[in-house]
Design a protein around this ligand. Sequence first.
Ligand code: PLP
Length: 447
Amino acid sequence: MNFYKVELANFIQTRPRSEELWKRSVEKIPGGVSHNIRNLGLPSIGAFPVFVESGHDAYLIDIDGLEYIDYWQGHYSMLLGHNHPVIQQIIKDKLEDGWHFGTVNEGQVKLAETLINDNPSLEEVRFSSSGTESTMYATRLARAYTGKPLIAKAKMGWHGYADTLLYNVKAPFLGKEGPGILPEEQAGIMTFEANNTATKDLIQANAHDLAAVIIEPVLGGGGGFPVALEFLEMIRELTESLDILLIFDEIITGYRFSYGLFQNQLKILPDLTTMGKIVGGGLSIGVVGGRKEIMEQANPQLNNRVWTGGGTFSAHPLSMAAGLKTLEILKKSNQDYTRTNQAGTKFLTEMNEYFTNEKLNFVATGYKSFIALHVLSKYIEDPCPYDIVHSTAKKGEALLQLALLNRHISGMHGIGALSFVHTSQHIRQTQDALEEIALPISKTQFK
Ligand SMILES: Cc1ncc(COP(=O)(O)O)c(C=O)c1O
């Protein structure tokens, strides 16, 4: 039997409860998932995702009782690891008082003060329930402030599920991401390429209509491609000189590589920033923040206010409390940041050395603790991001996740991210597993 068949048989045989739940799930929920990527591509190779029942530290335990080292860490939000006792306690304490009132609460003030205090570009912030909402509000605020219609977003940039920015996220980059979305021209969206000098001309040529440029400093949609510092500096200078706002989407990068937003390390201050994930301590959150004169447009006392960030669950007391406590811990975590960043860089370097030496159709991308693994349809020497996204072997990537799960490693986009709870033993175990499975995966042919 070939590698794929052995892996699949082993996977299915040891996960009867997940299989049963998956069958029920696909009957009632389209594709069985409530976020597209959570199927890990596994149905395309005859498998299914595992149903997780609990987690602690670096581990997840599935419904069949199998334990995994987890690198997905709740869509990158659990930098302190799963079920951190201090965060658990603060949520429990808050629960005692009741958990949802739909009123102003002390937590929103404290978290707003903390974020603003930590980050010079933030003068005011607004909370919502998801990152998706925060990017939607950021572009709306930018259009209102500048009185201009157009938003420029990066190819491969991921800003959430709202109609607003669902363009050119994935190869083959056909503009709108699927049916149900307006074409770019109608939606006031323009796409540019990060790290490409032609972008400067494109922005200059459209300056009259451009309200804002939105970009993640590490592109997430493509799978963790850092944007060059010089490119980000160029965009900042250009937008400033042309009365275009710059929005950094820091929903992944915020508080990930050091305490505070990544922009502080880059020394580039945007006009608006979106945040989420880590700053909610693992509970639902979205934040848009930035210069006061832009943010003040959201003030409901204005006759002409910009409708911004207010849903039933916005600034939820539990999210505010978990976020605040997480930031309190992160503030004292310099050593953990340094260790995790260094471990991530080492992991990336060593895996790429291995893939190149063995001439395998694998590549690791990312930045510090943010790590993606790609399986390509062929070996490419030193591939650029576009080589990677245009030659992704989707079934190969699904087999990678399957083979990792069989070796008790749970990831997304290959790996995901290192958190403070990952030890050198976890990482060694993971690299050993990758060195065991990369060759047979690269040799597997799918029809
Ligand atoms: C950079 C970036 N922006 C926006 C979003 C959307 O955030 P959410 O999933 O909380 O709506 C994400 C989520 O993955 C993200 O990574």
